[in-house]
Design a protein around this ligand. Structure first.
Ligand SMILES: C[S@@+](CC[C@H](N)C(=O)[O-])C[C@H]1O[C@@H](n2cnc3c(N)ncnc32)[C@H](O)[C@@H]1O
Length: 397
C-alpha cells in the first residue's frame, strides 16, 4: 500500500488553473524547482517528486488543484470504461474504510454526460473492492478521503488522484464575503500579472471583502497561501510522509517576512465591506499590513507615487446602461486627477463600459471571472503627461 514512498523519481503532475493564469502558474512552478514545465489550456503539466507535490499545494498562489495522473487508457463506450477502471489495482491508493468521489470532465467525446461517466467509474471501483475484499468504500461527494479525477478527451481517458482535495483557492481566511467577491486565485493572478515590485504601495479602492490586498500582502510577506489550511487531499494517501510535509511547513514559516516597510490600502464606499475585509485580513494574518478605510472612490487620495492600483469595479448588471457608462467615465476622470505616477489595473467583465474610461490601456489581459469574459486593463498614469494618455476611448478595448 505504500506506493508513494517509492515516488522519489520525478513523476508527471498537472496543476489546474484559471484561463489567463497558465504562464503565471508556470513561473510559480519554476521557482519551486519543477521540471519539464508545459503550460496548457487552464492547466500546467510538470514533473517532480513527492516533495514538490507537497510544496506545490502549499505554495502555488494561482493553482486550483494539483493532480497526479495514475492511469491512461482508451475507452469509447461505457463497457470499456468500466472494464479499464476495474483493472486498476485500487488497493494501492485507498482502502474500503475510506470514502471517495469522482470528478469527471468530458471534452469532444462520444460520452456526453459527465455524471453518467462518473457513476460508471464509481461502480467499477466499488465492484473492484467488493471482489477483492468483500467490502466496498462509500462515496462522499462533499468531503471524501480520496478525490479521483477522470478526464476524457475523445476516447482518451486519464485518471488522476487529486492531491489538493478542497480546491486551493479555499485558503481558509475568507468566511464572510460581499457581493461578487473575487476568487482568491484570480486576485493573486492579477497581482502577479501586474509585476508589482512588493516595495511600493498597492491600493484597491473598491476592495469589497479585501481579496486583492490580502493576496498582495501574502505575496509581499512571502506567506505560503496554503499555510492557513488544515487539510490537503494527499494527507489521506497511503505513505503520506507527515515528517516531510511538516518540514516543508516549518521552512515556509521561517521564510515569512516579519513586516513590510510600506502599507497596502483597501477602501470601499461600504462600511460593512470594510468590516468584512478587516476581519478577513486578520484571519489571513496580514491584518497589520493593510490599512482599510471607508471612502468613495472619487474622494480617496492614494499614498504618494509610485504605486499600483488594482481594483474590480461593479460590472453594472443592476444599473442602467447610461448609469454604468457614466460610472466608468467617472473612474477614468478620477484616475487622471488622483493617480498620476500610478500603474492602474482595472478588472472588468463589462467591456463596453470599459471603453468609457477614456484612457488608453497599455495592456489587456484576457481572463474569466467564472463564466464571464473579463479583461485586466493596465493604464499607466504618467506623472505630468496625463494628456498623452487622455485620448481615444475606442482604444481601451
Ligand atoms: C465587485 S465588488 C469588489 C469585490 C472584491 N474585489 C472582493 O474580492 O470582494 C465591487 C465593490 O466596489 C464597491 N464600490 C462600488 N462603487 C463604489 C464607489 N463609487 N466608491 C467606492 N467603492 C465602490 C462596492 O461596495 C463593492 O464592494
Amino acid at each position: 500500500m505504500t506506493v508513494y514512498k517509492k515516488d522519489t523519481k520525478p513523476f508527471r503532475m498537472i496543476a489546474k488553473t484559471l484561463f489567463g493564469l497558465e504562464d503565471i502558474l508556470a513561473d510559480e512552478l519554476t521557482a519551486l524547482g519543477a521540471q519539464n514545465i508545459k503550460p496548457m489550456n487552464r492547466s500546467v503539466e510538470f514533473y517532480g517528486d513527492i516533495k514538490l507535490l507537497y510544496k506545490a499545494n502549499l505554495w502555488c498562489r494561482t493553482a486550483t488543484r494539483i493532480l497526479k495522473p495514475i492511469f491512461n487508457f482508451r475507452a469509447g463506450n461505457e463497457h470499456d470504461l468500466y472494464s479499464e477502471v476495474f483493472k486498476i489495482n485500487w488497493r494501492d491508493y485507498f482502502n474500503p474504510n475510506q470514502t471517495f468521489s469522482i470528478d469527471a470532465i468530458i471534452n469532444d467525446s462520444g460520452f456526453n454526460n459527465s455524471l453518467f461517466v462518473a457513476q460508471k467509474t464509481k461502480d467499477a471501483i466499488a465492484d473492484y473492492f467488493r471482489q477483492k475484499t468483500g467490502r466496498r468504500p462509500s462515496v462522499d461527494v462533499r468531503n471524501p478521503d480520496l478525490k479521483i479525477n477522470l478526464y476524457i478527451y475523445r476516447d482518451e481517458c486519464s485518471l488522476a488522484l487529486d492531491s489538493s482535495g478542497e480546491p486551493l483557492f479555499k485558503r481558509g481566511y475568507r468566511t464572510r464575503t460581499g457581493e461578487a467577491p473575487l476568487n482568491e486565485i484570480l486576485a493573486s493572478g492579477m497581482v502577479l500579472h501586474s509585476g508589482w515590485d512588493k516595495k511600493s504601495p498597492l491600493v484597491d479602492t473598491m476592495c469589497g471583502s479585501g481579496t486583492i490586498v490580502i493576496e498582495a500582502a501574502l505575496l509581499a510577506r512571502n506567506i505560503a497561501p496554503g499555510l492557513t489550511r488544515e487539510k490537503f487531499g494527499f494527507m489521506n494517501w497511503p505513505g503520506f510522509d507527515k515528517l516531510l510535509f511538516r518540514k516543508i511547513q516549518d521552512e515556509a514559516y521561517e521564510s515569512i517576512k516579519p513586516k513590510l516597510d510600506f502599507k497596502l490600502v483597501g477602501s470601499d464606499m461600504s462600511s460593512e465591506q470594510i468590516q468584512v475585509a478587516t476581519d478577513n485580513a486578520r484571519r489571513a494574518r496580514v491584518g497589520r499590513d493593510i490599512v482599510f478605510k471607508q471612502s468613495e472612490f472619487s474622494d480617496f487620495i492614494p499614498p504618494d507615487p509610485p504605486g499600483t492600483l488594482i481594483f474590480n469595479p461593479p460590472y453594472g448588471k443592476r444599473m442602467s446602461v447610461e448609469d454604468i457608462m457614466n460610472f466608468y467615465q467617472s473612474i477614468g476622470d478620477t484616475l487622471k486627477q488622483n493617480y498620476s505616477g500610478y500603474d492602474a489595473y482595472i478588472f472588468t467583465g463589462n467591456l463596453d463600459a470599459a471603453k468609457h474610461i477614456g484612457l488608453r490601456a497599455s495592456r489587456r489581459i484576457e481572463m474569466y471571472n467564472g463564466p464571464i469574459e473579463c479583461r485586466l486593463l493596465k493604464f499607466e498614469m504618467y506623472q505630468g503627461s496625463v494628456k498623452t494618455k487622455y485620448q481615444n476611448p475606442e482604444n481601451t478595448e
